[in-house]
Design a protein around this ligand. Structure first.
Ligand SMILES: [Zn+2]
Length: 247
């Protein structure tokens, strides 16, 4: 059951069949959503899950393509009559903005609203901030345009996966990805706060990962070109993320 499902693989500009980048980490005990794309309810259903079963939501940073639909996700959970607590993890500034976003919709007055716990993450590192029997999730700050965290997920079956989230190349991405089986690396392009496909290959090579999954890439560019650019720097397997791809 230990799985990571790519619910959305697009950069900020989604298209039909390709949602904004967000993930679902599934194990027997934990169902962890990472960010929420443009249609979280539909995507989780398509992945065979249910938003009422999500135990944790990690918000990596306060950009609209990563948490703009938070009010809708919570409203859908409420309409689906969820009653178990949801823990929302994020840096202080991210949680502040999430709360402000929810206030717009008066969420605390939704009748019978399920409980929410906000878990403020440290901006210096969070070893095992989610610790289930089958998976442990850790976070480190990465280098984006606003405060952002990247993730490292260790499953009880021994597999380790890393998610860079939005970032330019930096030491902490290398740390998160060190020796991982899979690195899900953003490849939006060479710009401040982002990573090009070639740089993604360099990170994968430097961290010694087995497989590089490019995510949050420019979807109006030829896909073979993106893969080829990453392969110029990385000798391992390179794949382009698509929605509902499962690892
Ligand atoms: Zn961003």
């Amino acid at each position: 059951m230990n799985q990571i499902i790519i619910l959305g693989s697009a950069n900020a500009v989604a298209k039909i069949g390709q949602d904004n980048a967000h993930l679902l980490i599934r194990s027997a005990e934990k169902q962890i959503m990472v960010d929420c794309g443009n249609s979280p309810f539909a995507r989780v259903s398509a992945a065979g899950g249910s938003i009422t079963e999500i135990t944790d939501l990690i918000l990596t940073h306060a950009h609209a393509d990563h948490m703009g639909n938070l009010p809708l996700l919570l409203m859908d959970m409420w309409l689906e009559k969820r009653d178990q607590m949801l823990t929302i993890h994020g840096l202080e500034i991210t949680l502040e903005k999430a709360r402000a976003l929810l206030e717009v919709f008066d969420w605390q007055h939704w009748a019978g609203m399920f409980p929410i716990r906000f878990n403020r993450l440290s901006d210096t590192g969070n070893e095992g901030f989610i610790r289930g029997e089958d998976c442990v999730v850790s976070a480190l700050p990465v280098k984006h345009l606003v405060p952002t965290i990247g993730l490292r997920i260790a499953f009880s079956d021994g597999r380790v996966m890393a998610y860079s989230c939005d970032t330019e190349p930096c030491d902490n991405v290398l740390k998160l990805a060190q020796g991982a089986d899979i690195l899900m690396q953003e490849a939006a392009g060479e710009a401040k706060g982002h990573t090009s496909p070639r740089q993604a290959g360099e990170i994968a090579m430097g961290a010694g990962v087995r497989k590089l999954v490019l995510i949050h890439y420019e979807n109006r560019v030829d896909q073979d070109t993106i893969i080829a650019q990453a392969k110029n720097a990385f000798t391992g397997e390179v794949v382009l993320a698509h929605d509902l791809m499962t690892f």
